[in-house]
Design a protein around this ligand. Sequence first.
Ligand code: EPZ
Length: 418
Amino acid sequence: MSVMYIRGGTPLEGELAVHGAKNSVLPILAACLLARGPVTLYNCPKLTDVTAALGILRRLGCRVKQEGHTIVVDPAGASGCSISEEQMRSMRSSIIFLGPLLARMGEAHLTYPGGCELGPRPIDLHLSAIRALGCEVSEDQGIHCQGRPLGGEVQLALPSVGATENAMLCAVGASGSTTIANAAREPEINDLQSFLNLLGARVQGAGSSTITVEGSRGLHGGEYTVMGDRIVAATLLSAGASAGGRVRLSGVDWRHLATVLSVFHQAGCRVESRLEYVELIRERNTPLKGVPTIRTAPYPGFPTDAQAPVMAALAVSQGCTLFVETMFDSRYRHVSELIRMGADITTEGRVALVRGVERLHGAKVEASDLRGGGALAAAALGAEGTTVLSGLSHIDRGYEELEEMLKRLGADVERREV
Ligand code: EPZ
């Protein structure tokens, strides 16, 4: 097992290019099943969730090669239509393979992806979308789907990111056309649309609440560069706000982080965003100010994935911040660990009241989910003394070598096997 030793109290100073987006590369890898020729993907992050997705593609008969941040998938040999329980549990979003499997094979057998640290992860919207596209779905001891999709009208009760992506991927293989209403508008869905259209699909409307898909009989191969990870960027900016200093990041479209940048501006940071970079500056002797209310919401609202890292930064501030987490039942697991570091936070259901304190102190803390782990690292950089952070397997799901990124920004951090 490895742990991170983080010595706080030193302002950050540095710049780096943010790695590719986990929440974009995962649906794009699943979409490779729709291609008849090889696909080359650039700017792919080296994450355990990506490794798990590559394992699923291999078990389905694809040939897969990863060299650094480049992945080549040759789906020509894909023949399987079943994903084992073990594989479904290896990655939280394995359900994203359902749509492309049905589009390619006309059949899919998999199990429930299981809940995760954030609480139950229902898939009812995914299954209702698949049914609306004309496939038969039975849930007798697992998920068993038959029938090539026909296309049709998908009306999502919630703008679910995963259900929108599954509906898009299934609809690409349909015989007719599809309209997806109340679609999620996250930037990763635009990235998926761009990728699919590069391979010859005809998808329109990503970024709006209505997406249309023309059915097609298989796509050709191609090359694509995955977008940068806006949540990793939000985490690194939170580290800068927490420790003070200057952090400059490139590789992400800053319009995708407008709500997060606005919060840091309100908290007293200097934020400068240009096409090619964003820079956050917080003078060490200028404490952050509390921000009245931060309510998470589907894009373009404040991203739920940035809630924990931003809370970690605002734990040391003048004044209070009220967080309302509208997306998941159990997304405050980092709070107890922040309290161990001296934070003053009260939670009641999906509401968390952060009363800013003058400083945090180092402690032994454990990450229990991906973004909560990023939050604890950000808090440790602003704390006095040394923090020992464990639970790094959660962090490695979505941050590529977080300790190296922080070192590049001037942090005193070390990862050791214990
Ligand atoms: C995606 O998860 C992201 N994961 C999550 O990021 C992110 O937090 C979430 O979108 C919201 O932005 C990936 O893209 C791989 P949803 P997803 O379906 O698709 C409910 C991270 O840290 N719902 O938009 O699973 C659900 O319970 C991860 O990188 C249903 O009720 O999220 C939630 O309350 C964590 N039924 C809400 O919708 C369904 O069938 C939004 O979930 C599906 C979802």
